[in-house]
Design a protein around this ligand. Structure first.
Ligand SMILES: Cc1cc2nc3c(=O)[nH]c(=O)nc-3n(C[C@H](O)[C@H](O)[C@H](O)COP(=O)(O)OP(=O)(O)OC[C@H]3O[C@@H](n4cnc5c(N)ncnc54)[C@H](O)[C@@H]3O)c2cc1C
Length: 494
C-alpha cells in the first residue's frame, strides 16, 4: 500500500463549490490537493447553468422576434440551433475540456489530481493508488447526479439527462420531458421555441410544484403557448424504445417521441465517498452539515451535496463559509504541534510542517476569531429561467402557514401594472408577497415576469434584512418599472 502523503487540505470534487474552496485555500498558503474525476468546474459550466442559459437566451430571442408582429410590423423567424450548439461548444465548454480550469487551480497554488476520491479512514483520502493524509481538512464538493426513477424498462433505453440535452448538435423532431421542475421547464420551452414537438409529463398535480401555485399556472400557460403539451398527474409506469421512438406508458395512456429527457431531480452519491471509514452514516440523501458546513471533525462539505438548495449561488455562499472556517480552524490549532509531525488535524493537533502562518490564513479569509459567518438560508433566492422568469425568495404561502406564521398575502398582477400594460405581449406575471403580520416583515416573495429574476433582488434584500413593512411601503418605486408592482402588492397585503 502506498505511503500516505501529508498535505494540509484535500478537496474532493471540484465543481463550483470545491474549485472555489481549493483555489482560495491554496492562495492563503495551504498545501491543497484538489481531486476531480470528471471536469473541473462541475455541472454548472459544462451541462448546467451556462449552456442552458445560452440556449434560453437564444430561445428568448426567437420569442421576442415573434412578438414583433404584435408590436412593430412583421418578422419571419427561421430558427436554427446550429449557432447555439456552436456557442456552447466553443464559448462555454471549450468542447468539454477543463484545461483552463485545471491551469487556474495550479496558478492559484493548488495541486490537481484527476480521479475519484474517497475516505480511507480518519484524515485520509484515497485516489486510486495515491493516499493523502490531510493535516487540517477534507472538503467534499461532490455535487449530485441525476436521480433516475426506477421505472420499468427505463434503464435499458438511451434516455437523455441534462448532459445529452446540452451537448446536442441537432435537435430531435420530438421530445418527451419527464419531470416538470425548473430544469425540465427551462429546457422544454427552449426546445419548443426551436420547433421541437415537446410533451411534458409531471407526476404531481402541477409543474414547478415547489413554488407558489400561481407561478405554476403562469409558467404552464406560457409553455403551452409555446406549443408544449403538458400532462400533470401522470405517473410513468413503463418506458420502451424501439430503436427510433420512445414510448412512455401510464395507465391506458401512451406518449411517444424521438427522444426522452429525464429530469426528475438529483441525488448525492454518498455511498461512493467512504464515509463509513470515519463513522458517518452514508444512507442519507445528502451529506448533513451544521451551519459552518462541518460534517464531522475535520470534514466539511460544500454545494449540492449538502442538500441545502441546488444552486451555484448556494455553493459559492457555502464555499465562503468553509474557507473562513477552515482557516479559522488552522489559526486556532497553530501551536498545538504534534511531536511526530504526522498527526492529522482531524485528531485535533496541527502538524509542524504546516505551510500556513496563522495571521496570513485568518487575514486571507477575513476570518478573525469569532467572525466566521454561519449559513443562513432564510433569504435563499431561486430563479427558474423560463419566459416569464420565476423568481422566489424565502417561504411560500404554504410553507409560512405550515410554520404557524400569522400570514398576510399581497398579490399584484403585472399585466395591469403600468409597465405590464405598456409591455403588452409577453407581459404575464405577478408579485406575491408573504408577510409575517406579527413581526411586520416579509418572509417570502415571488416575482414572475419578463425580468422576474432581476425584480427579485429588492425582495431578497427585504427578506434578508427583515426590512419593516412600514419602510417598504414608504420607499419610492421608479415609474414605470416592473418592480413597481411590489408597491401594489404591499398595498394589497391582508
Ligand atoms: C440543467 C441545469 C441547469 C442549472 N441552472 C442553474 C442556474 O441557472 N443557476 C444556478 O444557480 N444553478 C443552476 N444549476 C445548478 C448548479 O449547476 C449546481 O447547483 C452547481 O453546479 C453545484 O455545484 P457543486 O460544486 O455543488 O457540484 P457540481 O457542479 O455537481 O460538481 C461536483 C463535482 O464533483 C465531482 N465528483 C463527484 N464525486 C467525486 C469523487 N468521489 N471524486 C472526485 N470528484 C468527484 C463531479 O465529477 C463534479 O465535477 C443547474 C443545474 C442543471 C443540471
Amino acid at each position: 500500500m502506498a505511503e500516505p502523503e501529508l498535505v494540509d487540505v484535500v478537496v474532493v470534487g471540484l465543481g463550483v463549490g470545491g474549485e472555489e474552496v481549493a483555489g482560495r485555500l491554496a492562495e492563503a498558503g495551504l498545501s491543497v490537493v484538489g481531486v476531480e474525476r470528471d471536469l473541473v468546474g462541475g455541472e454548472c459550466p459544462y451541462w448546467g447553468c451556462i449552456p442552458s442559459k445560452m440556449m434560453i437566451r437564444a430561445g428568448n430571442a426567437l420569442a421576442e422576434a415573434r412578438r414583433v408582429n404584435e408590436l412593430a410590423g412583421s418578422a419571419q423567424v427561421q430558427p436554427d440551433f446550429a449557432p447555439v450548439a456552436k456557442r456552447i461548444r466553443k464559448e462555454a465548454t471549450d468542447n468539454w475540456n477543463d484545461q483552463v480550469a485545471v491551469d487556474r487551480l495550479i496558478e492559484r497554488g493548488g495541486r490537481f489530481v484527476r480521479g475519484s476520491g474517497r475516505l480511507d479512514g480518519p484524515g485520509r483520502v484515497r485516489v486510486g493508488e495515491q493516499v493523502f493524509q490531510a493535516r487540517h481538512a477534507i472538503v467534499f464538493g461532490t455535487g449530485t447526479r441525476p436521480s433516475i426513477p426506477p421505472i420499468d424498462g427505463l434503464a435499458d433505453t438511451p434516455y437523455w439527462t441534462n448532459h445529452q440535452a446540452t451537448e446536442v448538435d441537432e435537435l430531435p423532431e420530438s421530445l418527451l420531458v419527464l419531470g416538470g421542475g425548473a430544469i425540465g421547464l427551462e429546457l422544454a420551452q427552449v426546445f419548443a421555441r426551436f420547433g421541437v414537438r415537446v410533451t411534458m409529463l409531471e407526476a404531481l398535480d402541477r409543474v414547478l410544484a415547489i413554488e407558489e401555485p400561481e407561478a405554476s399556472e403562469v409558467t404552464a400557460a406560457a409553455l403551452r403557448a409555446d406549443g408544449v403539451e403538458i400532462h400533470t398527474g401522470v405517473k410513468a409506469e413503463r418506458v420502451s424504445h424501439d430503436g427510433s421512438t420512445f414510448t412512455v406508458h401510464s395507465g391506458d395512456d401512451t406518449f411517444t417521441a424521438a427522444r426522452l429527457l429525464v429530469v426528475t431531480g438529483r441525488k448525492a452519491q454518498l455511498e461512493e465517498l467512504g464515509l463509513e471509514t470515519v463513522g458517518v452514516d452514508a444512507s442519507h440523501r445528502y451529506l448533513p452539515v451544521d451551519n459552518r458546513m462541518v460534517v464531522t471533525d475535520g470534514i466539511w462539505a460544500v454545494g449540492d451535496v449538502t442538500g441545502e438548495g441546488a444552486f451555484t449561488h448556494i455553493a459559492m455562499y457555502q464555499a465562503a463559509i468553509v474557507i473562513a472556517d477552515v482557516l479559522d480552524h488552522v489559526r486556532h490549532a497553530k501551536g498545538a504541534v504534534d511531536p511526530s509531525g504526522t498527526a492529522n488535524m482531524v485528531g485535533g493537533a496541527m502538524g509542524a510542517a504546516s505551510a500556513v502562518g496563522g495571521t496570513t490564513a485568518a487575514a486571507g479569509a477575513g476570518g478573525a476569531a469569532g467572525t466566521v459567518p454561519r449559513a443562513d438560508y432564510r433569504a435563499l433566492p431561486r430563479v427558474t429561467f423560463t419566459d416569464p422568469e420565476v423568481g422566489a425568495v424565502g417561504l411560500t404561502e404554504f410553507q409560512a402557514r405550515q410554520r404557524g406564521i400569522h400570514v398576510q398575502v399581497g398579490f399584484a398582477p403585472l399585466t395591469t401594472s403600468a409597465r405590464g400594460w405598456i409591455h403588452k405581449t409577453g407581459n404575464e406575471g405577478f408579485i406575491k408577497l408573504i408577510a409575517d403580520a406579527d413581526q411586520g416583515v416579509l418572509v417570502g416573495a415571488t416575482s414572475v415576469g419578463p425580468a422576474g429574476g432581476e425584480v427579485l433582488s429588492g425582495l431578497v434584500v427585504a427578506v434578508h434584512a427583515a426590512v419593516p413593512l412600514s419602510q417598504l411601503r414608504h420607499m419610492i418605486y421608479a415609474y414605470p418599472t416592473f418592480h413597481r408592482a411590489i408597491e401594489d402588492a404591499l398595498r394589497n397585503l391582508r
